[in-house]
Design a binder for this molecule. Structure first.
Ligand SMILES: Cc1cc2nc3c(=O)[nH]c(=O)nc-3n(C[C@H](O)[C@H](O)[C@H](O)COP(=O)(O)O)c2cc1C
Length: 208
C-alpha cells in the first residue's frame, strides 16, 4: 500500500531561503509514522520546463504527480512586493485547475515586516481556494527577524515558536492525526489560553 504523503512546496528563489527552513521546521512538527513527507523547492525544478509548463520533463511530471498524490500540502512563500512569489505562482499555474481538490492545505509565508501579513489571506488564500482545496488551515506568517539561522542550526523563540506549533497542530488535526479532536484543530480556547493571547511572552495553548 502506498504510504500517505504530506508534501511541502516552497517558492523562494533563494539558495539560503528562510521560508524553506521554516517549512522544514514545520514538517518536523507535523510528520508521524502514518505519513511520509517531502519538501519540493520550486527553485530546484528545471527553469525552462517550469516557465513553459512542460510536463514532458520528468522532474516536472514528478512534481505535479507528488501534489496529486498528497493528502496534505504545506505551501510556503516569501512575501515579495506585497504578495506571494512569482516562482511559486509559476508552479501553481502548471497544476490542474482543481489541483488541490480534496486536500488539506497549510499556507505559510515569511516576510520582512508585518506590513504585508494580509497578503496571505487576501492574495494567496483565494488562489488555493480556486484550486479546490478541501480545508485551508489558518495561515501562518513568520517575521524573518524572529528566526535565527546559523548554518544547520535553526531557532525560533517565544510567541513565533508557539504559533508554528499551533499551525502544525491544526494541520495534523485536519489530517486526522489528533484523535479526540473533532473541531479540525480549532477547539474553543480556554480562558487561560485567551489570557495567554494577551501576554505575548507566554506560549499560546488553545488545546482544551
Ligand atoms: C525582491 C524582494 C521583495 C520583498 N518584498 C517584501 C515585501 O513587500 N514585504 C515584506 O514584508 N517583505 C518583503 N521582502 C522580504 C522577504 O519577504 C523576507 O526577507 C523573506 O523572509 C525572504 O524569504 P526567503 O529567504 O525564503 O526568500 C522582500 C524581499 C525581496 C528579496
Amino acid at each position: 500500500m502506498t504510504q500517505k504523503l504530506i508534501l511541502a512546496v516552497s517558492g523562494s528563489p533563494s539558495p539560503t531561503s528562510k521560508t524553506a527552513r521554516v517549512v522544514d521546521h514545520l514538517l518536523d512538527n507535523v510528520v508521524c509514522e502514518d505519513f511520509v513527507s517531502h519538501h519540493l523547492k520550486v527553485r530546484d525544478l528545471p527553469t525552462k520546463a517550469l516557465l513553459r509548463g512542460d510536463l514532458s520533463d520528468p522532474l516536472m511530471a514528478d512534481a505535479v504527480e507528488a501534489v496529486q498524490r498528497a493528502q496534505g500540502v504545506l505551501i510556503a512563500t516569501p512575501i515579495y512586493k506585497a504578495s506571494y512569489s512569482g516562482l511559486l505562482k509559476s508552479f501553481l499555474d502548471i497544476l490542474p485547475q482543481f489541483g488541490l481538490a480534496g486536500k488539506v492545505v497549510l499556507p505559510c509565508a515569511t516576510g520582512g515586516s508585518v506590513a504585508h501579513v494580509l497578503a496571505l489571506d487576501y492574495g494567496f488564500r483565494p488562489v488555493l481556494q480556486s484550486m479546490g482545496a478541501r480545508h485551508i488551515i489558518q495561515s501562518v506568517f513568520v517575521l524573518e527577524g524572529d528566526v535565527r539561522i546559523d548554518g544547520e542550526a535553526f531557532t525560533v523563540e517565544g510567541p513565533t515558536s508557539a504559533m508554528l506549533n499551533e499551525a502544525a497542530y491544526h494541520f495534523r488535526s485536519a489530517l486526522g492525526l489528533e484523535p479526540g479532536h473533532d473541531l479540525l484543530g480549532h477547539p474553543n480556547p480556554s480562558p487561560a489560553a485567551i489570557r495567554a493571547c494577551h501576554a505575548p511572552s507566554l506560549p499560546l495553548d488553545v488545546r482544551p
